[in-house]
Design a protein around this ligand. Structure first.
Ligand code: NAD
Length: 475
């Protein structure tokens, strides 16, 4: 019998007798079961969170920080078990799963140090006015399947620090490591402060529309983000949306192909390309296009696609069948249109496991689906550009605005280009680096609000202005 994992509601580990199967994308075998929760369990979790909010919001911040550190410690102490479990449900190679688990522990610890000080608006002879931040209340968290543990922690930790309580729903595809963490922290956090539940896609809209939830923090696709915004409008819930991206990298002619090829490869192919901030379009200056594309192709030929639990695997399977079908469809479309492939392109949906070969396209047109859409898979289009203005215009030609990168020996020029890109984050000569102290959020249809840093923390609070008239006319 496969292991059954329980939900965390009001400090108790619960099940309801109905189960959802969880599949290993490397071989399509069922590796665990989780409760198929519905409205009844959601109501229990929300009631528990509401009851806990009364005391948690008044709990001294040092105690809240200590509870977060206990979560961080539990993740770190059990990292070995957790990263293996994460690979088995998500597919990413062990090394990358380790990075996610230790990263989640480190981010929790770092974020626990954030402060939201009161701000003085006026301190005159007449009055003292200050803004304090008060917690919004009960938070509903909804996360995707590409970084299930990191995303869960990214929502739980700032909610707790701000004084909110939370009901978090995992993705039905990747609930196991998060539920194992729920088990590990059940006695480390006051009952009801953190509730973690599982269910199928019907559970998400129930959270969005639940009358006793005050805020939704969501990471996932832009299409679902729009539904969430609509659902949350009924009672004007606060929302934070971290959505899709079609991030562009611009490689300037002074970049050394030998030095950037490997980094550019991993900026696209980490987690089999299933990263919101992966480079999904790479624009290379025509002077170095041939040399750099050959160097990337040469590097790609040394990377193994396979089961993430096997030593030596660099790129694992796609996480689920629906996403696998979508990526295969994009590759087939590129073949039908007659685009050139530098690497890969052969797909075989008949085997076991959702494997897509590393695929690199050679200068497809700007309106190719693989360029215009978010592929979220191990398929990278390389495109040639002639002028800086053209590269910036093409990079900005997207409904998305999550992140981007500029690669150049001239960092001042890099900053000048970065400032013209319409995205929430731009890296110069690196990729995917997120700081727990810097706001991360999308422009345009990549999101609403931000996570991380003080700005991210503020999203779990309301501003409250207290004004005291100094010449007390009442006394
Ligand atoms: P998804 O939108 O399909 O699902 C995300 C979560 O929402 C899941 O838990 C799902 O069960 C739930 N859900 C589905 N329909 C819902 C509804 N109508 N109401 C409420 N909840 C609902 O996304 P996915 O396929 O799991 O993840 C991939 C997408 O996530 C990509 O577009 C990627 O770019 C994006 N993403 C963004 C970030 C970021 O920080 N910006 C990070 C990771 C992933």
């Amino acid at each position: 019998m496969v292991t059954q994992y329980k939900n965390l509601i009001n400090g108790e580990l619960i099940e309801n007798g109905e189960w959802l199967d969880v599949v290993n994308p490397a071989n399509e075998e069922v590796i665990g079961q989780v409760p198929a929760c519905g409205a009844a369990e959601l109501d229990q979790a929300v009631s528990a969170a509401r009851a806990a909010f009364k005391s948690w919001k008044k709990t001294p911040i040092e105690e809240r920080r200590a509870a977060i550190m206990a979560i961080s410690g539990a993740i770190k102490e059990n990292a070995d078990e957790l990263f293996r479990l994460l690979t088995s449900e998500q597919g990413k190679p062990h090394q990358q799963a380790k990075g996610e688990i230790y990263g989640a522990a480190a981010i929790s610890a770092a974020q626990s140090t954030l402060e939201l000080e009161d701000e003085i608006n006026e301190d005159s002879d007449e009055r003292l006015s200050r803004t304090r931040r008060v917690p919004v209340g009960v938070v509903g968290g909804i996360v995707p399947w590409n970084f299930p543990v990191m995303m869960a922690i990214q929502k739980i930790v700032p909610a707790m620090l701000a004084g909110c309580t939370i009901v978090l729903k995992t993705s039905p595809f990747t609930p196991l490591a998060t539920l194992r963490i729920a088990e590990l922290i059940a006695d480390k956090v006051p009952a009801g402060v953190v509730n973690i539940i599982t269910g199928d896609d019907a559970l998400g809209p129930m959270i969005t529309q639940h009358a006793d939830i005050d805020k939704i923090t969501f990471t996932g696709s832009t299409a679902t983000g729009k539904k969430i915004m609509e659902g949350a409008s009924a009672d004007l819930k606060r929302i934070t949306l971290e959505l899709g991206g079609n991030d562009a990298s611009i490689v300037m002619p002074d970049a050394d192909p030998k030095k950037v090829a490997e980094q550019l490869f991993w900026s696209s192919f980490q987690n089999a390309g299933q990263v919101c901030i992966a480079a999904k379009r790479i624009y290379i200056h025509e002077d170095i296009y041939d040399e750099l594309s050959a160097a990337i192709a040469e590097y790609a030929s040394q990377v193994t696609v396979g089961d993430g639990a096997q030593q030596g695997t660099g790129v694992g399977p796609i996480q689920n069948k629906k996403q696998f079908d979508r990526v295969v469809e994009l590759i087939e479309d590129a073949k039908d249109k007659g685009y050139n492939f530098l690497v890969g392109g052969e797909t075989d949906p008949s085997g076991s496991g959702y494997y897509v070969p590393i695929t690199i396209l050679d200068n497809p047109p700007e309106d190719a689906r693989i360029v215009a859409e978010e592929q979220f898979g191990p398929v990278m289009p390389l495109m040639k550009f002639s002028t800086e203005e053209e590269a910036i215009e093409r990079a900005n030609n997207s409904e998305y605005g999550l992140a981007g990168a500029v690669w150049t020996a001239d960092t001042e020029k890099g900053v000048e280009i970065a400032e013209q890109l319409e995205t929430g984050t731009v890296w110069i000569n690196e990729f995917m680096h997120l700081s727990p102290f810097a706001p991360f959020g999308g422009h345009k249809q990549s999101g609403f609000g931000a996570e991380y840093g003080k700005e991210g923390l503020k999203e779990f609070t309301y501003p409250q202005v207290i004004t005291v008239k100094k010449d007390n006319v009442v006394a």
